[in-house]
Design a protein around this ligand. Structure first.
Ligand SMILES: Nc1ncnc2c1ncn2[C@@H]1O[C@H](COP(=O)(O)OP(=O)(O)OP(=O)(O)O)[C@@H](O)[C@H]1O
Length: 335
């Protein structure tokens, strides 16, 4: 992985005062316009991306494997140059302002690089020592606070190689949190973790966000984005499919009506008659796209036709439904 970003970058910021559009800088932490990356082999990995990440959001950057998430993050962090377009982070252009911007950004990209033979605490002491802006006199206090933040105080003396994957990930987060950050960028932070480890990282992300840090996290797990994020952008094949508040994205896709009944054939017939679209029968469970009319009428029509209704529910649309509706494709969750 790449080291947490505080540890000095080579990218040449000349200290110029160039800024992105002033109005946006205050409310948006990341703004890209027409951001494009074509790799040398010709692969168009990111194609004209317009991304706006509001300050204070937990922003999910969602897409199947290979959709361009990591490439975007690498451009945002100034690690690679875009082929075209612009990327602004904390109101400054990247990669030009990397030196000024990156100390305010904590990054965890592709899993933390740790020395297995060192304890968790000693790993953090090394990270902190690699940061030229970090005062050595307050190093131990900073490291203790970071360990506490991620719940690793009790395990701080253990060698990192004895840590579980979740603990390693938390140690990586602790490294990113040694300094106060305005923005945290996490690339697939729960990848490879068991459900317990995932829960721990999600809780930590929520806590960080509650403290006012904007969190930008990539994931190929729709579920995860719905659980932890306030906003999301969805990528497919290098292009932005949609972005916005998670609640609005899911609301854009309509839910499905689900009827449970011992009379499925008759129920399917009545539902079609009532304008329910895409009716699918699966045993005693019939589902379909709800019609525009009052669902109470649909239910009454079923009963009037002698259908014995055991269950009648509108299943809330998920972000996955929104994705499928927008792209006409399934989401490669297993990816
Ligand atoms: N260094 C590179 N050179 C050439 N092509 C690359 C390079 N890195 C990535 N790609 C290609 O660019 C596309 C986008 O890859 P990227 O890693 O950004 O996607 P991703 O959404 O982050 O997927 P993953 O979750 O698998 O990392 C893919 O087709 C990938 O093969």
């Amino acid at each position: 992985m790449d080291e947490p970003s505080a540890a000095g970058r080579e990218a040449g910021d000349t200290g110029d005062a160039e800024r992105c559009a002033p109005g946006q800088a205050e409310t948006s932490v990341i703004v890209t316009r027409g951001l494009t990356k074509r790799y040398r082999g010709g692969q168009l990995a990111v194609d004209g991306l317009d991304l706006t990440v509001p300050a204070g959001s937990v922003f999910g950057f969602l897409g199947p494997n290979g959709s361009g998430k990591t490439t975007t993050i690498r451009m945002l962090m100034g690690l690679i140059e875009p082929t075209a377009g612009t990327a602004g982070v904390l109101g400054r252009p990247m990669p030009r302002a990397a030196r000024a911007v990156l100390p305010q950004v904590g990054a965890l990209i592709e899993g933390p690089a740790l020395y297995g033979f060192l304890s968790g605490r000693d790993n953090l002491l090394r990270y902190d020592a690699a940061d030229p802006t970090a005062d050595p006199r307050t190093r131990r206090v900073r490291v203790a606070a970071a360990l506490d933040r991620v719940g690793l105080t009790a395990a701080a003396g253990k060698k990192a190689k004895a840590y579980s994957l979740g603990m390693k990930q938390r140690l990586g987060l602790a490294a990113a949190l040694l300094q106060p950050r305005r923005l945290l960028v996490l690339d697939e932070p729960t990848n490879g973790l068991d459900p317990q480890g995932m829960r721990e990282i999600r809780t930590l992300i929520r806590e960080l966000a509650a403290d006012g840090t904007t969190v930008f996290l990539s994931s190929h797990l729709l579920d995860e984005i719905e659980q932890v994020c306030t906003h999301a952008a969805v990528m497919a094949r290098g292009r932005l499919v949609t972005q916005g508040a998670v609640a609005d994205l899911a609301a854009g896709a309509r839910g499905r009506l689900v009827v449970t009944t011992p009379d499925p054939a008759e129920a399917a017939r009545v539902l079609k008659e009532q304008g329910v679209g895409d009716v699918i029968a699966d045993g005693d469970r019939i589902s379909g796209e709800p019609p525009a009319r009052d669902l109470a009428e649909v239910n009454a029509a079923l009963v009037a036709a002698g259908v014995r209704v055991r269950g009648f529910t509108l299943v809330r649309a998920s972000l996955e439904d929104a994705f499928v509706a927008l792209t006409g494709e399934g989401f490669d969750v297993a990816g």
